[in-house]
Design a protein around this ligand. Structure first.
Ligand code: PEP
Ligand code: MN
Length: 341
């Protein structure tokens, strides 16, 4: 249930509603930063919700009360009707006119590698740099990432290029460390339901990029988002990165439907990751264009200066020249829809 206050409702009226919500055994959660105050009523109490809604709608300063049938509340559009804009060091994600491209290597491998790729993607118009220092690999025998040394190199690439950086945090204990070096925390597909990690990322108040689990429903992604929002962190962006299906021509299957479904159900910005969704550089451009056409707020794309020798995800990484050509295509798709890069 959400309680929508009248425009210009006073603090005393808001506090009056908060007291009534608490008295009924629920937890009130006030949406910060919107003109019209909206109070989410959270908690599981065995009570007639419709009757309670009627009761709340009589309170002073209340415009209307809306029952939300979905289990996700804070990520729902009923709670926050406007598109949420997440600001990462001046890069605004979710502002409809802009398509934000984040690009870079799957893993940070060396100073020369990350600097070379960072300069190349910036040159082509990427607004953020990506690169993993803590890598969630299927095999323990595969390259696991450079850890803190990788974070240092990523931070150096940010200093050189001015591009804000996003990098994965795999362990709840590492949230402060990764937040210190980066501008945005990535929570990977394999950790989408690591609830301790979600809570710590929420508490950090650092911008978060939350990727959909390969076996997770859209609703489960939104419930995972709920964990971060419930800690008061609204700097949150969702990412569709392909799901596991019976189809094995590609690494995953891009659920392009997820873009309009998420945009309808939630106020949070949505990215598409065509690299992990396809697993092959050959298919990345088509799916990248489809993502923008479907209404994604941005793309996350893997680029490597020497994909044949990459320590992870070489087969799906674009060479800088191919990335530059793709950026031109994406720009044209965006412009056709009245948007820009
Ligand atoms: C990545 O971005 O390199 C990554 C590991 O992604 P995902 O969690 O989507 O597999
Ligand atoms: Mn990768």
């Amino acid at each position: 249930m959400v309680i929508v206050m009248k425009m210009g409702a006073s603090d005393a009226q808001v506090q009056g509603v908060v007291r009534e919500v608490e008295a009924a055994g629920f937890r009130p959660f006030i949406n910060p930063g919107v003109e019209r105050k909206v109070i989410a009523v959270l908690g599981e109490v065995d009570i007639d919700k419709a009757e309670l809604a009627d009761q709340f709608s009589e309170l002073s300063g209340v415009e209307r009360v809306q029952l939300i049938s979905e289990p996700f509340k804070l990520s729902s559009r009923s709670y926050h009707p406007e598109d949420r804009v997440v600001d990462v060091k001046g890069v605004r994600i979710g502002a409809t006119e802009r398509v934000v491209i984040m690009a870079g290597p799957c893993s940070i491998e060396s100073r020369s590698q990350v600097l070379e790729v960072a300069h190349a993607v910036k040159e082509s118009g990427a607004r953020m740099l990506r690169g993993g220092a803590f890598k969630p690999r299927t095999s323990p025998h595969s390259f696991q990432g450079l850890g803190e040394e990788g974070l240092e190199l990523l931070a150096e690439a940010r200093e050189e290029t001015g591009l804000p950086v996003v990098t994965e945090v795999m362990d709840a204990h590492d949230v402060p460390l990764v937040a210190r070096y980066s501008d945005m925390l990535q929570i990977g597909a394999r950790n989408m339901q690591n609830f301790t990690l979600l809570k710590r990322a929420g508490e950090s108040n650092h911008p978060v990029l939350l990727k959909r689990g390969m076996g997770s429903k859209i609703k489960e992604l939104l419930m995972a988002a709920e964990y971060i929002l419930a800690e008061g962190n609204h700097q949150l962006v969702l990412c569709e990165r392909g799901i596991t299906t019976f189809e094995d021509s590609t690494r995953n299957t891009t659920d392009i439907n997820a873009v309009p479904v998420l945009k309808h159900a939630s106020h949070l910005p949505v990215l598409v990751d065509p690299s992990h969704a396809t697993g092959s550089w050959r298919y990345v451009p088509a799916v990248a264009r489809a993502g923008v056409a479907a209404g994604a707020d941005g793309l996350l794309i893997e680029v490597h200066n020497d994909p044949a020798h990459a320590k992870s995800d070489g087969p799906q990484s674009l060479k800088p020249e191919k990335f530059a050509a793709l950026m031109d295509e994406i720009r044209r798709v965006a412009e056709a829809l009245g948007r820009t890069l």
